[in-house]
Design a protein around this ligand. Structure first.
Ligand SMILES: [Zn+2]
Length: 155
């Protein structure tokens, strides 16, 4: 498992590259929010949680946190979590902790999310493949999210 420090340098590089490629400005606030996200060590977080945890160290507006979350999402540093019924939550996690997670992507709007499934995970971990030693896996489902699914008149 990567240490929180390694994770931080990796995500900071991801952010710097994205900022540079898109001619944006890297602010101290964004770096501090990113540090805070890394301190959760892979646990999910919401904008409100970040706001509450940061307000002692750094008085930021909730709007600044939301803006940074949008940016981190565009830079593919974090990913929103979805409920099993496809409803998007206000919680996010670092993409670097996604190994072993099942991902899904809406092919219409690009919305992404992840979920965990112990049964699928067990099957994949026990799967023996000739001449290959699997160390990790990823499962990626493609389809339509609830918002993009047109209501059918036939049902
Ligand atoms: Zn969609």
């Amino acid at each position: 498992m990567a240490t929180p420090h390694n994770i931080y340098s990796e995500v900071e590089n991801m952010l710097r590259e994205y900022i540079k490629a898109n001619n944006l400005r890297l602010t101290q606030e964004r770096l501090l929010i990113l540090q805070q996200i890394c301190s959760y060590e892979g646990l999910s977080f919401s904008p409100e949680k970040l706001y509450n945890d940061l307000k002692e160290k750094l008085p930021l507006s909730l709007a600044t946190i939301y803006n940074s979350i949008d940016l981190f999402q565009q830079a593919k540093i974090i990913i929103p979590l979805f409920r099993q019924d496809g409803e998007r939550t206000n919680w996010y996690e670092l993409t670097l902790y996604q190994h072993g997670n099942m991902m899904f992507t809406c092919t219409r709007c690009g919305r992404q999310g992840s979920f965990k499934d112990a049964t699928i995970e067990k099957v994949l971990r026990n799967k023996k493949i000739q001449n290959f030693n699997a160390l990790s896996f990823s499962v990626h489902l493609f389809g339509e999210c609830k918002a993009c699914r047109k209501p059918s008149k036939n049902n």
